[in-house]
Write a protein that binds this ligand. Structure first.
Ligand code: ATP
Ligand code: MG
Length: 719
């Protein structure tokens, strides 16, 4: 087969990597140098030039979005869909292994995946069972302890004997937690990886089978593998050593979750004879952007060190905007985004990036307000919303009555008068008799272990589930979901929750029916469709929130932006304490990780990069006065251009044009004045601050409650 098309768009070094013979290969190179391109071309090359079957290739990366893009690129090159190829995230592929080999893995067939919230709930329950006070044993700390050990592959029996009371107790909790998960048949995220690894490690026939099957193992974003992921790869590759690892030490951003950049250094000694390829030409960004990013990362001490160059155009300077507050920042960004779209560019060429997920809300509000479609990756995503989790819990119970987390979640949602006392009795009985909550509930109801009222309520709940199951079993997944959200009483329940919130919840539930309708079951052949949908919901945690086909602005945290690229990037909230994050300020190691995160953010930009910060920001209900991030100072000033808000080029409202401080001279805008806002309605001015274009007012609206508004944008009318 003629494979010259695969080489046409590669430089000499990339070609060398793509067509390297068998054996270990490490591609170590900076952002935008074509690492992912090498990986995808290598897959296409194996299939087309060497006639390797797609079934014998395993390719892994870190986010679902990156995995989808990888699949897309490969299918485009090959010209046909590659169904049987194992390509996905570590979690996704581990899940697939465990679903297929649940018995060998010691799981029940319908095992459920716990997300981080569910995990906390189980931990709380365990603490209660052990009679430990949450005040002394904060569940989050316990979660940290457990996940940390799992990331290192340590089960309780591997932990060293401790004498410290605190440590002894923690280990006890870990053990009880493992026990509880086993009893409930649930698996947390860390467990997915660890158990899949143990499955391969401990079952020789299985291990040999998969080693024979996956003749080629490829991993992108290798710098972010943690210890258990690395071992997971090794166990698959050790039989043949055909492993390609691709990464960049400067983009290691998951140290806080146990990622080990040292894996890059270990690789060469773990795989003797490794061929190392370095790529130095950047194809993604203008030289302005690249130089700025290089200058920032240069401030890190611990790096392998490399310089990237580009022969692309110089491009525009990095644009810096100083916002008055977070609302002003979002306004500015959305304004510029709109102007960009106005020049004929698609919305999806724009990314708004931030350090913490909570920052997305203000952007979302303004985008919504202006009717601009957008999509949020990460954060509180569709499948993480509480009403969606309620509906999924019902579906889960249809598939598996024994699912305790699902039972707990909806036994009294909507309210059926099943109180805590009743639940405690069921829980106690379940623990005592080592059964599921469902089974315990059943035996208490039939054996007269509950009051008459409780018995009726619990029985009705169980009958409802059985009936839903019976009536919907023959339906399609989406019809089934539809029946469940209606007959369970959920829709009715949220209808009673007045106002926009309740409405939004109902819309979300209806959206779930659509999501079920669009669900593509192919990927998990041989697994029950409903089970496969439920796992998809837990794993993807809502990356399908906005319509896939719709052209929309992309919002995401810096962590989720890894590996992606966008013509226009806004890097927002560059303030000390926010980015770099407060927690990192004391530890040099953490600070360097924040800087790498900044490097990742900047290098996502292809043509245009904006950096913004706000002089004051409302965080956790308080207004903080912030100072600009040190990373801003690390960008050479000759590469930066300060921009002013578009508001200054618009005619200013009269009262701002004469620059009177709002708080004093303005007769129109006095404390206590009655004002009208187009969206929020009528209200009273409670507070005034700032001057000129930065003036803000706090208004207590009769319908919408109290809000801070930037006067220049609010268009308030005095009444
Ligand atoms: P990151 O470190 O951010 O993951 P990367 O090293 O994986 O980046 P790619 O995403 O593979 O880089 O490539 C960056 C951009 O450069 C992509 O748009 C890619 O198509 C383009 N590119 C890579 N190599 C070449 C080449 N030889 N000729 C033209 N374009 C290229
Ligand atoms: Mg990449």
């Amino acid at each position: 087969m003629d494979v010259s098309h695969l080489f046409n768009e590669l430089n000499e070094t990339q070609r060398e990597a793509v067509s390297a013979g068998p054996g270990p290969l490490l591609v170590l190179a900076g952002a935008g140098s074509g690492k992912t391109r090498v990986l995808t071309h290598r897959v296409a090359w194996l299939v087309q030039a060497l006639s390797v079957s797609p079934l014998s290739i395993l390719a892994v990366t870190f986010t679902n979005k990156a995995a989808n893009e990888m699949r897309g690129r490969i299918e485009q090159m090959l010209g046909y869909p590659v169904r049987g190829m194992w390509m996905g995230t570590f979690h996704g592929l581990s899940h697939r292994l465990l679903r297929t080999h649940w018995q060998e893995a010691g799981l029940k067939q319908s095992f459920d995946i716990l997300d981080s919230d569910d995990q906390l709930r189980v931990i709380r329950r365990v603490l209660k069972d052990l009679d430990l006070d949450e005040g002394y044993w904060p569940p989050r700390q316990v979660q940290w302890f457990i996940n940390g050990h799992k990331e290192e592959g340590r089960r309780t029996e591997h932990l060293p004997q401790q004498h410290d009371v605190q440590q002894v107790q923690m280990q006890r909790v870990y053990k009880a937690y493992e026990e509880a998960c086993r009893r409930f048949g649930v698996v947390d995220f860390g467990e997915l990886l660890l158990r899949a690894f143990e499955l391969l490690q401990n079952h020789e026939p299985l291990r040999e089978h998969y080693q024979r099957r996956f003749q080629h193992v490829l991993v992108d974003e290798f710098q972010d593998t943690n210890s258990i992921q690395y071992r997971w790869l090794n166990v698959l590759a050790e039989a043949h050593n055909n492993i390609v690892a691709v990464g960049d030490d400067d983009q290691s951003i998951y140290g806080w979750r146990g990622a080990r950049v040292e894996n890059i250094l270990r690789f060469e000694s773990d795989y003797p004879g490794t061929r190392v390829v370095r790529l130095e030409q950047n194809y993604r960004s203008t030289s302005m952007i690249l130089n700025a990013a290089n200058a920032v990362i240069d401030h890190n001490q611990s790096r392998l060190g490399k310089k990237l160059w580009t022969d692309g155009e110089a491009g525009e300077k990095i644009k810096l905007y100083t916002a008055f507050n977070e609302v002003d920042e979002a306004r500015f960004v959305v304004d510029r985004a709109q102007a960009w779209v106005g020049t004929g560019q698609p919305r999806q060429s724009i990314a708004i990036l931030y350090r913490s997920n909570a920052q997305s809300r203000v952007f979302e509000e303004i985008l919504l307000d202006m009717g601009i479609p957008y999509r949020v990756y990460g954060g509180l995503r569709f499948f993480e919303r509480s009403e969606i989790k309620d509906a999924l819990a019902y579906l889960r119970l249809l598939a598996d009555r024994e699912s305790d987390p699902a039972f707990e979640r909806v036994v009294n949602v909507p309210s059926r008068g099943i109180g805590n006392r009743t639940l405690d009795a069921i829980r106690g009985h379940a623990r005592h008799s080592e059964q599921s909550l469902w089974a315990a509930g059943l035996s208490l109801c039939t054996g007269g272990g509950l009051s008459a009222r409780a018995t009726t309520a619990v029985t009705q709940f169980m009958q409802l589930i059985d009936e839903l199951d019976r009536k919907s079993a023959h339906l399609s997944l989406s019809e089934r979901t539809n029946v469940v959200i209606r007959r369970s009483g959920l829709i009715e329940h949220f209808r009673k929750e007045k106002g926009e919130k309740g409405e939004a919840r109902i819309e979300n539930l209806e959206e779930l029916v659509n999501a079920a309708g669009n669900f593509n079951h192919d990927a998990d052949e041989g697994v029950d469709e409903l089970l496969s949908f439920l796992s998809h919901a837990a794993l993807e945690a809502g990356e399908g929130q906005a319509e896939d086909w719709e052209d929309c602005v992309q919002l995401m945290s810096l962590h989720s932006a890894k590996g992606l690229e966008f013509p226009l990037v806004f890097l927002c909230g560059l303030e000390e304490g926010l980015f770099p994050h407060q927690r990192s300020l004391q530890e040099p190691g953490r600070l360097e990780e924040e800087r790498r995160l900044c490097y990742v953010g900047m290098t996502r930009a292809m043509r245009s990069l904006y950096v913004t910060y706000a002089e004051s920001r409302r965080l956790h209900g308080r207004d903080l006065y912030t100072s600009p991030s040190r990373f801003l100072r690390e960008i050479p000033s000759e590469l930066v251009e300060e921009v002013r808000s578009a508001v200054l080029t618009r005619p200013l409202p009269a009262m701002l044009a004469n620059q009177s401080p709002v708080g004093s001279g303005s007769a129109a805008m006095k404390l206590g004045a009655r004002v009208r806002h187009a969206k929020f309605g009528d209200g009273m001015v409670l507070n005034l601050e700032g001057q000129g274009g930065h003036a803000r007012v706090q208004v207590n609206f009769e319908r919408a409650g109290s809000k801070w508004l930037v006067l220049a944008y609010a268009n308030l009318e005095t009444i």
